[in-house]
Design a protein around this ligand. Structure first.
Ligand SMILES: [Fe+2]
Length: 306
């Protein structure tokens, strides 16, 4: 019993307006919720990203989903391990929350597990049909192609202690280690059928928010989405390329506060936990198979110390 999905995240940002513009240009839809901004992907029935105005830029909380029975087990397990259950922020809709070893607030919300594989197949079929060559049509998408991520896939956080985070997220939240590269980076999934990772941790001298990654319906959507953002003046993060760990195509663009938003497509899906061997990869595989050189600041932690 464990968490079964990553549902969202909330950031404090110094100014909501540029955040609204960035995420809307990225392809999400924003709605003001009092003094906050809620943002949704195509498939969302609730806000997946929340921006709240405050000093600096930092992660407010992550939201994970679990069944009603799963929530009970989680609460029991947290307490049994000496953890302290705290109130979830009202706007998160969570049942309760806990602080992870880096003091990140982790919210748990009851929800129904989505069938990611089924929905993914449908999205790909729909997008492929738009650009079919049937009937003498050309395969190249039009210049006004709309890139709208259909879901949040994962987040990557900086941590001073990757192993401590792996222990907490596997022991207490019931997640699984999918792959790692020494003490530098680790990728974790939910048990019982999951993308290769829903959360990852990269070594830094302090906690921080590195990137959030959103799934799109094709390779073109990754390339075209990022190219459109760069044309609008946003700073390039890194891409277009393909990761080794997780296997996905990627392109990262810098948001207004120097963290990254990633478009991804074709990530590994681990349907059978027993059939997957977590590997410890050499450093050269931790980043990519092919793509442009990794920018010097790609793994820089821009978050201020807490
Ligand atoms: Fe990613």
């Amino acid at each position: 019993m464990s968490v079964h999905s990553l549902l969202g995240y909330s950031l404090t940002v110094p100014d909501i307006e540029p955040g609204k513009k960035f995420y809307e240009d990225f392809g999400l839809s924003g709605t003001a919720r009092g003094n906050r901004l809620g943002l949704r992907c195509g498939d969302d029935t609730r806000d997946t990203v929340t921006l709240a105005e405050g000093k600096g830029r930092r992660l407010n909380h992550l939201v994970f989903g679990a069944s009603a029975a799963g929530l009970k087990v989680l609460e029991k397990d947290i307490k049994a391990r000496g953890g302290k259950v705290v109130d979830a922020p009202a706007e998160s809709g969570g049942a309760f929350a806990v602080r992870d070893p880096d003091d990140n607030l982790i919210v748990f919300r009851e929800n129904q597990r989505a069938d990611v594989l089924e929905r993914r197949k449908k999205v790909i079929a729909e997008e492929t049909a738009k650009y079919t060559r049937a009937g003498g049509r050309r395969g190249c998408p039009p210049r006004d192609m709309a890139v709208k991520p259909w879901r949040l896939g994962h987040v990557l956080l900086f941590t001073p202690d990757v192993d401590r985070q792996i222990a907490f997220y596997t022991d207490t939240l019931g997640m699984k280690l999918s792959d790692r590269s020494g003490p530098i980076i680790a990728f974790l999934r939910v048990a019982g059928g999951s993308d290769h990772h829903v959360i990852a941790f990269a070594k830094s001298d302090r906690p921080g928010f590195h990137h959030a990654s959103f799934e799109v319906g094709g390779v073109d959507h990754v390339g075209f989405g990022a190219a459109s953002l760069l044309r609008k003046g946003y700073r390039n993060g890194w891409g277009f390329g393909r990761h080794v760990i997780g296997s996905n195509f990627f392109h990262y663009v810098r948001d207004p506060w120097n963290s990254l938003a990633e478009y991804f497509f074709d990530i590994d899906y681990i349907a059978d936990d027993a059939a997957w061997d977590a590997r410890d990869w050499p450093g050269e595989d931790s980043l990519y198979l092919w793509g442009p050189d990794v920018p010097a600041d790609f793994v820089e932690n821009f978050d201020a110390p807490k």
